[in-house]
Design a protein around this ligand. Structure first.
Ligand code: DGT
Ligand code: CA
Ligand code: CA
Length: 577
């Protein structure tokens, strides 16, 4: 399943080799050889992987000798390069981020490293501010100020936004533009359309009737803080919250080609273009061309059809096997929000939520759900007013009463139980075994180290009461690193035990992420896309979870809360160890 390595990937590895060798002060001829080989690979009309498969001799390519050909083969066959791993032991990988600062070449980076022990941008910034850098020959005041400005610029450029936050602006901008006379289509492409959990910027494509001045409308939007550039077909602005927006005007007959191009990902587009080249076609943002004549481009379907492929959903466009699947007619039929019939994780005002049982039930029903598991916290996390045994039992009675009264929605009895540091649960089995849904979750001791963390979760899985592990990685996007876990071992254990895993829809969590969701699916593990709602409005977040699930190739059949209630109950019964 490991996606095929492209020429672009190999070129990037060779350039990394060259940079690190340069910093290490290695042989200049060797360094130049890597750089030349990278250039050759980038200009190659066919994939090196394909050439190797066809038994062709790579040393016939310009600048590729025996040694480099062997390295290309190693990368294609194993996805790794031992020489690079070895070099990383000698030269810290983090030095590469210093090279991105204009004016810092390998020689200067080497000097910073050897003289001051500077290995990354943070340390460089510190040294620049403290005056330590002044002592180094070749680093005058001007240079240092340029370095500080470049670091700041890079910080702005690298800043990413939660997709969920960017979406509010994307929708408002769409409405603002569509409201103008002559504006026809407005689509946000890029990582936003691919459903990534964070986005670097928004890439907006519009089509307009002849003579429409959409740029004045765009730059005049109330949320624009600064216009970076303004042209006839392309403008860039920053919004007041710091989000960058690129807007491009494209012709209706080129819309599909532009949409495919600006949706990316880069890795996906590169493969697509190469496939076209192999068939004597040329694909760019203006269309698909044969012998200089346009043959497709009005719709994305027409672009994919021109290379003999079905349309590929944007969430899959990461060059992670979607081309092979498309070619073999086995693209997944991705799950949709409408497939969800229930939600297995929410909180009420009894713990840290802010809605009563009734309010949560009614909101879930209004969101089109047929069942909702109420899963307030166990007492271990003092801060959230977790339920002890007595309060839990009272809540269960209240759920019985409400279920008799409410139509169109069934409440399930549950609890989100803390997995303690040693893997035991924060509630006796005798209590848990009375519940319909028991969720185990890590809320403390995030930094245990891989061996202990893995042992902790494996131990939790041994508890027969647990149905489901919530937000398994514990990450909070851009705020807290995921726990260090031996994922293959953990997923194998989950699969063997028949336990279920959550894909939590909270925008900061989206956990499982796309990669782990897909690995879980491949092991046949059932997944629940849950809102983890803490209030009645939060059921809207299920959309976010569904997007991440789609990026993980999930179909309705992989997601247990697409089941009708009676089938779900049977599935839950099987999930008990
Ligand atoms: P982001 O903004 O960092 O979350 O990620 P993207 O994927 O939205 O990247 P962005 O905004 O730099 O570019 C949007 C799309 O435009 C990208 O997915 C593919 C396309 N694109 C931009 N520059 C290039 C390029 O140099 N080559 C190719 N093939 N495509 C590009
Ligand atoms: Ca973007
Ligand atoms: Ca962009």
């Amino acid at each position: 399943m490991s996606p095929e390595i492209t020429n672009e990937d190999i070129a990037a590895v060779f350039e990394e080799m060259a940079d690190l060798l340069d910093i290490a002060g290695d042989n200049p001829f060797k360094i130049r050889a890597y750089r030349n080989a990278a250039r050759t690979l980038r200009n190659l009309p066919r994939e090196a992987a394909d050439l190797l498969r066809a038994g062709e001799d790579l040393t016939r390519l310009p600048g590729i000798g025996k040694e480099l050909a062997a390295k290309i083969r190693e990368l294609v066959e194993t996805g790794r390069l031992r020489a690079l791993d070895k070099l990383h032991r000698r030269v810290p990988e983090s030095l590469e981020e210093l090279l991105q600062i204009p004016g810092l070449g390998p020689k200067r980076v080497a000097a910073l490293w050897h003289a001051l022990g500077i290995r990354n941008l943070r340390q460089l910034e510190q040294a620049a501010r403290s005056g330590e850098l002044d002592k180094l020959p070749g680093f005058g005041r001007k240079t240092i100020e340029r370095i500080l400005a470049a670091i700041e610029e890079k910080r702005v450029k690298d800043r990413r936004f939660l997709r969920h936050d960017a979406a509010r602006h994307a929708e408002a901008l769409r409405a603002w533009l569509l409201d103008a006379e002559g504006v026809q289509q407005v689509v946000v492409a890029g990582s936003f359309r691919r459903g990534r959990d964070t986005v670097g910027d928004l890439d907006v494509l519009v089509t307009v009737r002849d003579g429409t001045d959409v740029m004045t409308r765009f730059t005049g939007w109330a949320r624009v803080a600064r216009v970076v550039s303004r042209g006839i077909t392309r403008s860039t602005v920053f919004l007041k919250n710091g989000l960058q927006v690129d807007l491009r005007v494209v012709l209706p007959e080129q819309f599909g080609a532009a949409l495919a191009y600006f949706t990316g990902s880069r890795a996906h587009s590169i493969r697509l273009r190469r496939m076209a080249q192999e068939q004597g076609l040329k694909i760019n943002e203006y269309g698909v061309f044969r012998d200089g004549r346009i043959i497709a481009g009005e719709t994305e379907e027409s672009v994919y059809a021109s290379v003999g492929l079905p349309w590929i959903p944007p969430e899959l466009r990461e060059n992670r096997g979607e081309f092979e699947a498309a070619r073999e007619g086995r693209l997944p039929k991705l799950i949709q929000r409408a497939d969800l019939r229930g939600d297995l994780h929410c909180h009420t005002e009894a713990s840290d939520g802010h809605g009563s049982l009734r309010e949560m039930a009614e909101a879930a029903r209004a969101a089109g759900l047929e069942y909702l598991a109420v899963t307030d916290h166990s007492p271990h996390i003092g801060v959230v007013h977790g339920l002890d045994e007595n309060r839990l039992l009272r809540q269960l009675d209240e759920i019985d009463r409400l279920n008799e009264e409410l139509d169109g929605i069934t409440l399930l009895k549950g609890m989100e139980v803390d997995i303690l540091e040693d893997g035991r649960l924060d509630m006796p089995d005798a209590v848990l075994s009375r519940l319909d849904v028991v969720i185990g979750a890590v809320h403390s001791h995030f930094r245990l180290g891989r061996a202990r963390q893995t042992r902790r979760l494996l131990r939790a899985l041994e508890n027969p009461c647990i149905h489901l592990i919530a937000h398994p990685s514990g990450r909070l996007i851009q705020r807290r690193q995921p726990i260090d876990l031996d994922w293959p071992r953990f997923l194998d254990a989950v699969a063997e035990r028949g336990c279920l895993l959550e894909l939590n829809s909270q925008p900061l969590r989206l956990d499982l992420d796309d990669i782990h969701a897909r690995q879980a699916k491949e092991r046949g593990i059932g997944i629940a896309i849950n809102s983890d709602a803490h209030g009645p409005a939060d059921f809207a977040l299920l959309d976010e979870g569904v997007l991440q699930a789609r990026r993980g190739w999930l179909e309705a059949g992989d997601v247990i809360n697409t089941l009708p209630l009676d089938a779900l109950r049977r599935r839950l019964a099987r999930a008990r160890g």
